[in-house]
Design a protein around this ligand. Structure first.
Ligand code: ZN
Length: 411
């Protein structure tokens, strides 16, 4: 069985016409008129294929392709169909159309999987309406509830609860629609990379080996504010020197700990921040990311140790506070192995790579095993009208998705 390049191209092109704005590119917010049209277009295709379509309390759509053993937990696959303002026509759509294409191929071949297969179209992934990204999958995994929707607002001040209700959905039913852990065998997502690596290195497919988590630290050195001219070097307690010594080591902390880890100092603040005084205080942030939680912990330990050394060497004190954290998500070995074997069989040019951005899969990982496949973004551009991925690459990604679904639904 093989996916159809023509049908994928046609469906993606058709969906790009549901566009609410005169701005360049695609603007299709969840619950807008064009979103409702795009949903109807997709649901009509699913119904035409004989799939049972279920729409949950906030508009996540599940279309079920029945298996020969309907009591088994389904394999699900899909992505989101909303966009950012003036975004592109591939983000989310590639995974939505890719999963739909898998159902179409099974149907035209008269194939009945052992486990059921469900195509999913997630609602409100981009956070375009309420500035809360990944809302649909957060709700279906129980991470957000009715009370949250009553607090979240559009820029015009309408609550998410009201917006969703007006669009014809039933947010009061959220508690019934939360999917408990273990009810889904696996959730797969095909997505554009949204960065430059695949395109630069000229690979067709990225098999995701882990989804990066994040740890944020704020490091604050305190010294003694004094005159820049009159204070001899050996009598200074200079927090700027301490901070710079520590910051210069951050790059190596990441590189030496894990090949997939990254660490970034993106914010720095000096007090009082004037040119002719040794500062009293200097603080900066360190954003640490990796697909392994242990590596992030290790980098954080190194950071604290280096900060203490730098403080001591400069007669300062230091405080390292941990701010927001999100856990890294491990991809199970069987998932990576299955995708690798199927990619080999298809003769694809693939690499294993981490996913740095947040996708619906990050939240689906709370309730099931997830797997992700990336296809190249030309020049790495995304969330812009110029966002582009070759249809041939999308087809190859969809073929790998199809073969992975066939394997997992047969188990
Ligand atoms: Zn996306």
């Amino acid at each position: 069985m093989e996916t159809s390049l023509e049908r994928i191209k046609q469906t993606i092109t058709d969906l790009s016409k549901f566009n609410s704005s005169e701005l360049p590119g695609i603007s299709r917010f969840s619950y807008s008129r064009d979103d409702l049209k795009a949903r109807k277009y997709l649901m009509d295709i699913c119904t035409g294929l004989g799939l049972a379509v279920r729409v949950d309390a906030v508009g996540n759509i599940f279309a079920r392709y029945e298996g020969s053993e309907p009591e088994l937990e389904p394999v699900v696959s899909g992505s989101h169909i909303d966009s950012v303002k003036s975004g592109g026509m591939f983000d989310g759509i590639v995974g939505s159309v890719g999963a739909l294409e898998c159902a179409r191929v099974m149907k035209e071949n008269g194939y009945i999987p052992k486990r059921p297969f469900e195509v999913v179209f997630y609602a409100e992934e981009e956070g375009s309406n309420f500035q809360v990204p990944v809302m649909g999958s957060k709700i279906l995994t129980g991470k957000l509830g009715i009370d949250d929707l009553k607090k979240m607002k559009t820029l015009d001040g309408e609550t998410a609860y009201d917006t969703i209700k007006k669009a014809g959905f039933e947010p009061d039913k959220i508690p019934e629609d939360v999917i408990p852990e273990g009810r889904i065998k696996a959730a797969l997502e095909l997505h554009i990379e949204q960065s430059v690596r695949l395109d630069l290195e000229k690979h067709t497919i990225g098999i995701i080996e882990g989804i990066a988590g994040c740890q944020w630290y704020r490091v604050t050195f305190k010294g003694k504010q004094n005159h820049a001219g009159a204070t001899p070097m050996h009598l200074r307690q200079d927090p700027m020197c301490a901070a710079s010594e520590c910051i210069s080591k951050v790059k190596d902390m990441a590189k030496e700990t894990s090949p997939t880890a990254v660490a970034t100092v993106g914010f720095i603040e000096a007090k009082p921040n004037i040119p002719n005084a040794i500062p009293a205080e200097v603080s900066f942030t360190v954003d640490i990311r990796d697909i392994k939680n242990e590596s992030m912990d290790e980098i954080a330990e190194k950071l604290v140790a280096e900060a203490e050394n730098a403080a001591k060497a400069n007669g300062c004190t230091v405080e390292c506070e941990c701010g927001a954290t999100s856990k890294a998500i491990e991809i199970r070995d069987y998932m990576k192995e299955t995708m690798k074997e199927e990619a080999d069989k298809l003769g694809l040019d693939y690499i294993f790579m981490p996913s740095g951005a947040v996708h619906d899969s990050n939240y689906m990982a709370e309730i099931t095993d997830v797997g992700m496949i990336f296809v190249p973004s030309i020049d790495g551009r995304s969330h812009v009208p110029e966002e582009k991925t070759d249809f041939e690459h999308i087809k190859l990604g969809a073929d790998l998705l199809l073969n992975t679904i066939l394997r997992l639904t047969a188990e």
